[in-house]
Design a protein. Structure first.
Length: 422
């Protein structure tokens, strides 16, 4: 089999170009959307606990602010790179468009491994990142949030640094995904996982699967995978397999035919820091994981997990992309040929940015909602977005991914035309 091009930036560009062509848009629209408006590189000096000084490199990409300020997470991960950050910012533009949120796409990242860093070292990276970028972020400019390897505590350090640099103005809406105690929204931590459940439920309904009696396999048990499992479990859906990654052992899979218990998994992870040898489970290889005869498969780890080779093995009837860019373009073609429905990342995992938007609104107004209110508003928004995209899929006889991009690219293109950009 020929080697696939796994460059996420080129993959993102290809999806945008395809949508522009399907919509019959002028090439000027694609040219405007094919590259970020700006990408800033920062180098952050950190005094390590061993007394040495180490430089950490990071970026922030703003893809398009036609509709509103940039919006997107900050990733702390060893694999962060320039092309990944640019690609993720493109995906964020269209994720916001799909949900009807008045934002453009932004994304950031720092090359580091949070698992090997102390809190003191992490705090220096967080504050140094803001020092390098504070002129280019703000409530009405670009609004960062947590992503892989970051959390509410890191957002709080960043928020504190921003306030110091901004003349002590407490502009809490500059960062979202903050701790609830300091301007965060109820329901934000679980928002992405809850949204994945909602989209999986709606898509399953369309193809004749009752999610309450469905079997599910989830790749990843980080924030996204964990809360996906939680929401599936609380609705009675049977999660039979979870794959995870561990530094010493690499990728591994736990499997239980009659379903894994969410609370027991969380308790086990807190005690052992992984799911290896989870009681009552059977160990599988990744090849066996992808080939499981389940109703729904949820890739919730990193990009390019499902290649064309992997896609040939998949037996699930529905694939719901919880991670960003987990399916390669070649794998998309394989799944489409095999009649496997896929709900794309820009729709499936849009719950996080939706509740980030709610947090931003609450910060601007200084008025806060209950978790039930936030969850209800999120569910309503995601069901509405899903129905709009499914209608485009049926009208134009395209894939769900193609329909999602057609829906969102048109929204951004219309505003760029109104503003005289194209």
């Amino acid at each position: 089999m020929a080697t696939e091009n796994l460059n996420p930036f080129e993959s993102a560009q290809a999806k945008v170009k395809h949508a522009c062509e399907q919509l019959g848009l002028d090439d000027n629209v694609y040219q405007m959307l094919s590259e970020p408006q700006r990408v800033i590189e920062v180098n952050i000096p950190v005094h390590m606990d061993d007394g040495s000084l180490k430089m950490f490199k990071g970026w922030r990409s703003l893809h398009n602010n036609a509709i509103g300020p940039g919006k997107g997470g900050i990733r702390f991960h060893p694999g962060v790179n320039y092309d990944e950050v640019r690609a993720l910012s493109i995906w964020m533009t269209f994720k916001c468009g799909i949900m009807g949120i008045p934002y453009g796409g932004g994304k950031g990242g720092v090359i580091c491994d949070p698992l090997t860093l102390s809190d003191k070292e992490l705090e220096q990276i967080a504050r140094g990142y803001v020092r390098g970028l504070h002129k280019y972020i703000g409530e009405k400019i670009d609004v960062p949030a947590p992503d892989v390897g970051t959390n509410g505590q890191i957002m709080s350090w960043m928020m504190d640094e921003y306030i110091k640099l901004n003349g002590d103005q407490a502009s809490l809406g500059v960062f979202t995904g903050k701790s609830v105690a300091w301007g965060g929204s109820q329901g934000r931590n679980e928002a992405t996982g809850f949204g994945i459940y909602v989209i999986a439920r709606e898509a399953a309904k369309k193809i004749g699967i009752d999610i309450a009696h469905a079997s599910v396999a989830v790749q990843g048990f980080g924030n996204v995978g964990r809360f996906t499992c939680k929401n599936m479990f609380r609705q009675g859906t049977k999660v039979v397999a979870v794959s995870e990654w561990e530094p010493k052992n690499g990728a591994y899979v736990i499997y239980k035919e009659d379903g894994l218990n969410y609370e027991e998994m969380v308790e086990y992870v807190e005690k052992n820091h992984n799911l290896l040898n989870f009681p009552g489970s059977k160990s599988l290889t990744m090849d066996e994981f992808w080939a499981l005869d389940v109703d729904i498969l949820v890739p919730a780890a990193l990009e390019n997990a499902i290649t064309a080779e992997v896609a040939e093995k998949i037996q699930a009837k529905l694939v719901c992309e919880a991670a960003n860019g987990p399916t390669t373009p070649a794998a998309d073609e394989v799944l489409n040929r095999r009649g496997i429905i896929l709900t794309p990342d820009v729709l499936t995992n849009a719950g996080g940015v939706t509740v980030s938007y709610f947090e931003w609104v609450q910060n601007l107004y200084g008025y806060y909602w209950t978790e039930a209110e936030a969850e209800s508003r999120q569910e309503e928004a995601m069901v509405s977005a899903f129905n709009d995209i499914w209608a485009i899929r049926e009208e134009h006889n395209v894939t769900v991914r193609e329909a999602a991009y057609m829906n969102s690219v048109k929204k951004v293109a219309d505003v760029m035309k109104l503003r005289g950009w194209v």
